[in-house]
Design a protein around this ligand. Structure first.
Ligand code: ATP
Length: 362
């Protein structure tokens, strides 16, 4: 059983370093406690501030470190005032997704007891589903390739058999893991628009083909418009949702909305060889340097990393620590002590992280 892991760390811009520091501190406390595995952190330069100093947003050496690592932890990158010459924002996280073929964007939508949500949750129900957003093609394939003339503009949506097969296999396996750990019911829903577009009928066909290899998992279909409605009306019915890139982009923000905002929304971008873990929020330049940033989405992303490393390497200590870390965040939210301002508390970043460390020690 492999138990030594290289982790590439991208602290990024804005509040990035402020939320990464306590996250690494917590991971170090966990690995020290059991000494059952070791995580070796290598810090990598990248991002808007690095670009403004050197003219490079993602140096080759950082990409190489990411490529060689077992997992990548990334906080947030980009600053509104620092841009490439063509006016677009500095976003090495998107380059990493493309370079490392991170096709599965995993966005858990989880409501911990006591967590704020705009919904009224019926007695005995809770929200706990995972949205999987294909992250390398779909409508985003067209990024930078759109054609615009005086009278017409067009963008192209691309869905390939190769990526869709990997995506659905990944989704069914995740549903199996969730079912065996008691987190899910063993259902995967293909979210598309197969009633209108041939590309989505093709997407659904591949979904059906892949489903045959997972007879223990139930397959369902939903159109994307109905999914948006049901995410508000009955999100407790979902387990694993899998969808195209643009649909996933929109639905994942709706998911963050269900969780009361971005401060508690973790994410992962996973491929066959590499995986990157980062919070859904951006670099929040408006609060950078003030010590008030919420570190929980970053900490929850690192818990996803522990669980992913655990599954990939059949390492039960990592699996256990990933679960413990998620539960510790859940307890702190429930007790309402150590919450930052964005989620209704008064704590600063350090106090919030200390509350997690204390909970883990108890
Ligand atoms: P991006 O386009 O890079 O994702 P964004 O424009 O969506 O970024 P964010 O940087 O996510 O914007 O910030 C949106 C708002 O949420 C800001 O007011 C910011 O202060 C707040 N915010 C984001 N992350 C956090 C956090 N971890 N803690 C507290 N507030 C946050």
């Amino acid at each position: 059983m492999k138990n030594e892991f290289e982790i590439a760390v991208f602290e990024g811009d804005g509040i990035g370093p402020e939320i990464m520091a306590p996250t690494v501190q917590i991971l170090n406390a966990l690995q020290k406690r059991h000494q059952a595995y070791s995580l070796n952190f290598t810090y990598c330069d990248a991002g808007a501030m690095h670009f403004s100093k050197t003219g490079q947003s993602l140096p080759e050496s950082s990409l190489e470190t990411a490529r060689k690592s077992d997992a990548i932890l990334l906080s947030a990158m980009g600053m509104p005032d620092i841009r490439y010459e063509d006016g677009t924002e500095i976003s090495p996280q998107i380059e990493l997704r493309k370079e490392l073929n991170l096709f599965a964007g995993v966005r858990p939508v989880t409501l911990y007891p006591g967590q704020n949500t705009p919904l009224k949750i019926p007695e005995g129900k809770t929200i706990d589903f995972v949205l999987i957003r294909e992250s390398t093609e779909g409508l985003f394939w067209s990024q930078g390739k759109g054609e615009v003339s005086k009278d017409q503009a067009s963008e192209t949506l691309v869905i390939t058999r190769e990526v869709s097969e990997k995506l659905f296999k990944f989704s069914f396996k995740l549903a199996q893991q969730r079912k065996s750990s008691g987190e899910g019911r063993g259902v995967v829903t293909c979210v598309d628009k197969a009633n209108v577009f041939r590309a989505f009928a093709f997407f659904r066909e591949i979904f059906d083909e892949q489903a045959k290899a997972f007879p223990d998992i139930q397959k369902e279909y939903a159109y994307v418009d109905a999914t948006a409605l049901w995410m508000v009306q009955k999100p407790w019915d979902f387990d694993v949702l899998v969808t195209e890139n643009m649909f996933g982009d929109i639905l994942s923000d709706l998911g963050a909305g269900l969780m009361g905002g971005l401060g508690l929304a973790p994410s992962a971008d996973i491929g066959l060889q590499h995986a990157l873990f980062q919070p859904c929020h951006g670099s929040a330049p408006d609060i950078a340097g003030k010590g008030v940033a919420n570190p929980f989405a970053m900490i929850l992303s690192s818990a996803m990393m522990l669980e992913w490393l655990g599954h990939e390497n059949n390492n039960s200590d990592l699996l256990k620590d990933g679960k413990n870390l998620k539960q510790a965040v859940g307890h702190v939210i429930q007790n309402k002590k150590g919450l930052t301002r964005d989620i209704g508390g008064e704590a600063g970043t350090k106090e919030a992280a200390s509350a997690i460390l204390k909970q883990l020690a108890d």
